[in-house]
Design a binder for this molecule. Structure first.
Ligand code: IVH
Length: 673
């Protein structure tokens, strides 16, 4: 990430890791200052959190990590000591962490939108008069903003209470109010921050700030819901909220995500709180956040738009995939008009209809996807009755629709050809050329590529002598292929880079690979029985293609792999360095996608260690996705405590672990030929 100050420059994982500790420190310091002191952030909260997490992982003692928040120089007004610290919120970006959090307490959960505003504390005396208002500041000490707060119509100046209470909440500016000022300020939060710090209360009044209360202290309620009811009775205006069972958190998140655009205030996530105050007391606080609350932050940009049509395309496997055509919307700086609908079954699951208002999300560079229906449409989405490419019959396989005869289906064959060319790295064989060769009857399977003659190529559109010779040279150079590459190029479901590499490392010859059994394959690192069965069946079904290809290409020999996944030959066997060397992993809970032993073997092959327990030195605790309803394990609780105390360890979900492993797998040095 060369430019950490640019709004567009969201650092990729690789870029983040490439930054030195000094660069990370400087970026965190700069963005903290922009956010807190200047109220003018240039990167998203999500990207800021990633910078902080990366720095905390690599240099947990970095001074800037202790100084997050407004600097003394950036503060205005007299200092106010808070009666109890105004803590921050713990954050999460995935369901696994949210579920692990919710498993720690009993009772319902209050879900409220996370407003993007300025936290404030309002103190009322025993007669109910507003006597002091302060910003959150460092959490321990804030700035006195009483004079400005007195100008805010949404904040009652007197309460009907015979004892002193404190109200905490978020000062914010409604989007509709902000519209009048949007040329001078980047967003409502910046303007709210400027308004509340204004030296002139009349200027503050002119901006028409709003206030959303989220806590009432000193009034004795037993639940969060009762607190909100009391706040409403006292004259505070509540924002939308939901009381949900603990298994309804995802639905509550989807509710607010769908509502986001229509709310008259900006939100950047959903705050979940254990409803019962007794449970909150039992869970307690860390120095940074209460354990009874968590913010699930929106990661990507979400907008609602209208579903105009559903298009169907045929993948190389023959699966007929739906893609949504939506009214164009701008998401994270790009205009989006198509969004993924995964598979045919997803349409029924979403209850999708044409003309529906749908929520579309885009995260980083990922393909936008339709998340949910906000308002139903008026026309049914018809599933194709025949293959949209070849017109042949269609099969239903669970959630998927498939062309019954992919080997004879133009789009499926072209998909397989394009996949083969990409994996084998046959340059010059683009979609147009392949389509033309298919139309002229020259290509029906990847093996046909090697049989193309100069005369064949010269029949193709825009192929002259020079290009024909270049294409022939490409084909000649790709007649020697590593086993791993050929396996992947077959285009078999689940036989991607990782499994192809494992097969090639463990079974070395193609003949042996073709005889591999489900049990043998399932016994390998990170290959579960479901994947093993698909690969074995795929290899059987691909027998004619394999025969045809073996008549054209020569396989490169490779070394066999030893029990730990490293190559067996003496030189390399002692070399345990790998993309994860120096990293340690501990598992807790049941893994859903692979056996724990297999995961440990895989890690060893990448150079990582798997100690028995959680300690200060640990790098990752992986929380298995197998049993979401299980109470938090002692390992998880210990890891969370260590984290709260500043340990560098990261708690990651099974999915994140698989992604990390896949990344490490592709960074791993190939075994010696
Ligand atoms: S509950 C310990 N609810 O988010 C604080 N906070 O990033 C418990 N915030 O400082 C706060 N919307 O100012 C809560 N619906 C909401 C919120 C909310 C915004 C702010 C709050 C806090 C910050 C943490």
């Amino acid at each position: 990430m060369a430019d950490t100050g640019s709004r567009a420059a969201a650092p990729s994982e690789v870029e983040l890791r490439a930054l030195s500790v000094a660069e990370l420190e400087s970026a965190v310091r700069q963005h903290n200052h922009l956010y807190w002191d200047l109220a003018a952030p240039v990167i998203s909260d999500y990207d800021f959190d990633r910078l902080v997490q990366e720095l905390a992982r690599r240099a947990p003692d970095a001074a800037v990590l202790q100084a997050l928040g407004p600097s003394a120089a950036g503060r205005h007004g007299a200092e106010v000591q808070h009666q109890s610290p105004m803590l921050s919120l713990d954050k999460c970006y995935d369901d696994a962490t949210l579920e692990a959090w919710a498993a720690k307490f009993e009772g319902e959960v209050l879900a409220t939108p996370k407003l993007d505003g300025i936290a404030a504390s309002l103190r009322y005396d025993a007669r109910g008069s507003l006597v002091l208002a302060a910003t959150r500041g460092s959490g321990a000490v804030g700035d006195d903003i009483t004079a400005n707060v007195r100008t805010i119509a949404a904040i009652p100046q007197r309460l009907e209470r015979a004892h002193a209470v404190e109200v905490r909440g978020e000062l914010y500016l409604r989007k509709s109010v902000f519209a009048a000022f949007d040329e001078q300020f980047a967003n409502p939060r910046n303007l709210a921050a400027g308004a509340i710090k204004s030296k002139d209360p009349e200027r503050c009044r002119a901006y028409g700030l709003s206030f959303a209360p989220y806590d009432l202290l000193g009034d004795g309620q037993a639940t969060e819901q009762e607190k909100l009811a009391a706040l409403a009775a006292l004259g505070f205006e509540l924002v939308e909220h939901l009381l949900v069972p603990r298994d309804g958190l995802r639905a509550a998140y989807a509710h607010f995500a769908a509502l986001r655009e229509r709310l008259d205030y900006e939100i950047d996530g959903v705050v979940f709180k254990a409803d019962r105050i007794a449970e909150q007391r039992r869970l307690g606080l860390t120095a940074h956040h209460p354990r009874f609350a968590i913010a699930y932050k929106f990661q990507g940009d979400s907008r609602t738009t209208v579903l105009e049509a559903v298009h169907w395309s045929v993948a190389r496997s023959g699966v007929i995939t739906p893609v949504a055509q939506v009214q164009p919307v701008e998401l994270s700086g790009a205009v989006v008009s198509r969004a993924s609908l995964h598979h045919a079954g997803f349409i029924a699951k979403l209850g999708l209809s044409l003309g529906a208002e749908v929520l579309v999300t885009r995260r980083g560079g990922v393909i936008p996807k339709v998340e949910c229906v906000v308002r139903p449409g008026d026309r049914e989405v018809r599933l194709p009755e025949c293959c949209p490419s070849c017109g042949g019959p269609v099969l239903q396989r669970g959630d998927f629709l498939c062309c019954a005869a992919p080997a004879q289906c133009r789009d499926a064959v072209l998909g397989a050809l394009a996949h083969f060319c990409a994996v084998v790295d046959l340059q010059g064989f683009g979609d147009k050329l392949l389509g033309d060769a298919y139309a002229k009857g020259l290509l029906r399977s990847p093996a046909d590529l090697y049989r193309l003659t100069r005369a064949d190529l010269l029949r193709l559109e825009r192929v002259g002598e020079k290009l024909a010779d270049r294409l022939l040279r490409q084909l000649a150079a790709r007649r020697r292929l590593p086993l791993e590459v050929l396996l992947r190029a077959l285009g078999i479901e689940e036989l991607g880079q990782h499994v192809a590499r494992l097969l090639a490392q463990h079974f070395t010859s193609f003949e042996r690979v073709r005889r591999v059994t489900v049990a043998e394959l399932a016994a390998l690192h990170s290959v579960g029985p479901v994947i093993a069965a698909k690969v074995v069946r795929g290899l059987e079904e691909a027998a004619p293609l394999i025969e045809a290809l073996l008549a054209e290409v020569v396989l490169e020999a490779r070394a066999r792999v030893g029990p730990l996944g490293g190559p067996e030959d003496a030189d390399a066997a002692g070399d345990r360095r790998g993309p994860l060397s120096g990293k340690s992993f501990v598992f807790t809970g049941k893994l859903q996608t692979l056996e724990r032993k297999a995961a440990q073997r895989d890690l060893a092959a990448c150079g990582a260690t798997t100690p028995a327990g959680v300690s200060q030195e640990l790098d990752y605790l992986v929380v298995g996705a197998g049993d979401a309803a299980a109470p938090p394990s002692s390992k998880l609780l210990k890891a969370q405590r260590l984290q709260a105390e500043g340990a560098r360890l990261q708690i990651i979900s099974e999915q994140e672990f698989l992604a990390l492993l896949a990344e490490a797998g592709s960074a791993r040095r190939p075994a010696a030929p």
